[in-house]
Design a protein around this ligand. Sequence first.
Ligand SMILES: Cc1cc2nc3c(=O)[nH]c(=O)nc-3n(C[C@H](O)[C@H](O)[C@H](O)COP(=O)(O)O)c2cc1C
Length: 279
Amino acid sequence: MMKSISELLVDRYGVEVDFGSEIESSDILRKILGRGSQRHFTDKPVTVSMLKTLLGCAQSAPTKSDLQQYSVIIVTEKSRLVKLGKLNSGLTWPTNATVFMVWCADMRRNQKLAKLRGYKHQNNNLDTFMNGVVDAALAMQSFICAAEGVGLGCCPISQIRNDLSSVTKILSIPSGVFPIAGLALGWPKYQKPRVSMRLPQDVVAHWDKYSDEHLTSLVNAYDKRRHEREPIAPEKQRHVDIYGVNDFCSWSENVTRQLSLPERPGFSDFLRKHGYELD
Ligand SMILES: Cc1cc2nc3c(=O)[nH]c(=O)nc-3n(C[C@H](O)[C@H](O)[C@H](O)COP(=O)(O)O)c2cc1C
């Protein structure tokens, strides 16, 4: 029996909600609400034609001022995948996926075009950095939606940013272009994705004005619900060497543990050496 939209919302939030019944059936909503990242794939290939169709969906995403400041690298050569997999940054399983691609913010293309058309490019700044990242993220998400819509599974991969100097060399990524995320893709081994419980909508959606007045009580309740449905296993608890293993390691415990140590502190240095002024 296919789940209703209301039932899928209950799965997503782990609690009854008073909305959802106005849409009885929608395949696209059902796919979006029931989705989850997939990290295990069958041997079935993804055809080039299918990939190109999905890339067309990616390119249909909105893009800031139609500037289209992103690129994607579809890594097919075994030698490059092996080199990426050998980096000490946990890329082995994604580069062994049926398809591995790297989504990039791209300031370079329009800089080259400015030169070609005889204009100065005077936007090597933080705004262009941000616009490229947003464009790339939206295109990647459109790709994910389309891929999941036809039954493929995906997982974005931020580990690609752990060693950007090596990655940019392996993939010949020039100055002005940098990876925002990798994406592992394939036909899922396990048909039903795990639905990861999200924060209550009242924590994330603010009507008319921002308010986090009830944050603590709402997150405490969410932590409890989430732990009851799917406790965080010891091996998934962050920085146990410093903080130890907890029986009740809540979502907010794990998130704040993760954020208690700096992640990728060399990123802005890398970007500045890689053509970005960020001012
Ligand atoms: C930008 C981005 C980077 C991510 N990087 C990784 C990664 O490096 N490795 C991984 O296993 N999952 C990665 N993920 C997947 C998230 O862990 C996943 O989306 C999150 O846990 C929620 O689970 P769900 O997608 O199944 O709902 C990434 C997701 C995003 C959006």
